[in-house]
Ligand binder design. Structure first.
Ligand SMILES: *Cc1c(COP(=O)(O)O)cnc(C)c1O
Length: 401
């Protein structure tokens, strides 16, 4: 009986988030293993021809081929769905595979998308370059401005696409307003929740339709594997996303799914501690640098909204020094924090976005979304925050600040 409680929604949906992150989705083989089993198999074999025919017909729920189903991958999908309060989830090879699948599976030539202008570089590339090539119109707006969402709607608007907080400007989108507006106009919201995960923010509770993730970031949390996820209603995931995913194949490998399952076991702990550490580092930097974009500090213009939607400020924020030269001088003087464009890791990482994550975005788009030449984005890890502060202090002095 205990073997299968992880798959029983009537039980797992009542657990608190930290419990769900450890146990939801766990399924045990007849060996009764405590840790999730790793099924490194591409295919399955069958006792008879009738069974495999029934599985392909959909009359038997068993596995047929790992592009379609895999037990380790299914455990991760169930865990993420339960944590987000979603009916269903499918995982993909990377965060960008998740974003691409979440958009392309539902869009056709002639549709219109409204997207936040402040976004991760590759997300902006999808909106600015990929979608228009297939006859999908796109409009980018200042997503902090509720009126801008309303004004951008056209009769053919099909999707709203945004992240909150945005990477790396830390713009906050009003989830209740924007998701409510979309619902009233029959528009599907796709929310990139990579900066928070369900441990900090659950967009479905605010009326979002689809939540997409880079699981590479906080879910793995230790900088090991690339992974992505899309959650939503059974109708959307099974009816709309799944035919696209099964036939185009952006699947997550069972090994990487297993690593993310292990990462999720410590998600609640890590996210809480890293948020505390990021707040301590933010308080140190405030007043020491010309500008700081930190949702946990009262100086953030949308601090109140951020703290309504998020359970804590998260591990990531950005700040600005004078220019690129000063930003590079600061990076080059670090002795503890790594120069790295990754985020969500248990290590503290610092990066200059204009020359890395947002290099593929045009200079005009960077200027418009506020990714300045002096902007640096930090992921505060699990080190003692005092060591991170002392490293920044030394590097700021070296850069002339
Ligand atoms: C990193 C990131 C992505 C892309 O995820 P990958 O796993 O690197 O493909 C998408 N959106 C946001 C907000 C990100 O930070």
């Amino acid at each position: 009986m205990k073997r299968s409680t992880g798959k029983d929604r009537s039980i797992t949906s009542r657990w608190r988030p930290a419990t769900q992150a450890v146990r939801a989705g766990t399924w045990r083989s007849e060996q009764g293993e405590t840790s999730e089993a790793l099924f490194l198999t591409s295919g399955y074999s069958f006792d008879d021809a009738e069974t495999v025919a029934a599985r392909f017909r959909g009359d038997d729920p068993g596995m047929t081929y790992s592009r379609l189903q895999n037990p380790t991958v299914a455990m991760l999908e169930e865990r993420i769905a339960v944590m987000d309060g979603a009916q269903a989830c499918r995982v993909q090879a990377t965060g960008m595979a998740a974003m691409t699948a979440a958009l392309l599976c539902q869009l056709s030539a002639g549709d219109h998308v409204v997207a936040a202008r402040a976004a991760f570089g590759s997300c902006r590339w999808l909106v600015d370059h990929l979608l228009p090539r297939f006859g999908i119109e796109t409009t980018t707006i200042d997503a902090r401005d509720n009126a801008a969402w309303e004004a951008a709607i056209r009769p053919n608007t099909k999707v709203f696409f945004f992240e909150t907080p945005a990477n790396p400007t830390m713009d906050i989108v009003d989830l209740a307003f924007v998701c409510g507006l979309a619902k009233s106009r029959g528009i599907t919201t796709v929310v990139d929740n990579a900066f928070c995960t369900a441990a900090l923010q659950r967009p479905l509770e605010y009326g979002a339709d689809v939540v997409a993730y880079s699981a590479t970031k906080l879910m793995d949390g230790q900088g090991r594997v690339l992974a992505g996820a899309v959650v939503g209603s059974e109708e959307f995931i099974t009816g709309v996303l799944l035919p696209f995913q099964r036939n185009t194949g952006p699947n997550l490998s069972p090994f990487n799914a297993w690593v993310v399952l292990k990462g999720l076991e410590t998600l609640d702990l890590r996210v809480k501690r890293q948020s505390e550490n990021a707040l301590a580092v933010g308080r140190f930097l405030e007043g020491r640098v010309p500008r700081i974009n930190h949702p946990g500090l009262a100086s953030h213009p949308q601090h109140n909204l951020a703290m309504q939607q998020m359970d804590a400020c998260g591990s990531i924020f950005s700040f600005e020094v004078e220019d690129r030269d000063q930003a590079f001088a600061l990076l080059n003087a670090l002795t503890l924090i790594d120069i790295s464009n990754n985020i969500g890791d248990s290590r503290s990482l610092l990066c200059h976005n204009a020359s890395t994550t947002h290099y593929s975005v045009s200079a005009e788009a960077r200027a418009e979304m506020g990714v300045t030449e002096g902007m640096l984005r930090i992921n505060v890890g699990l080190e003692d925050p005092q060591d991170v502060i002392e490293d920044l202090d030394r590097a700021l002095h070296a850069a002339g600040l």
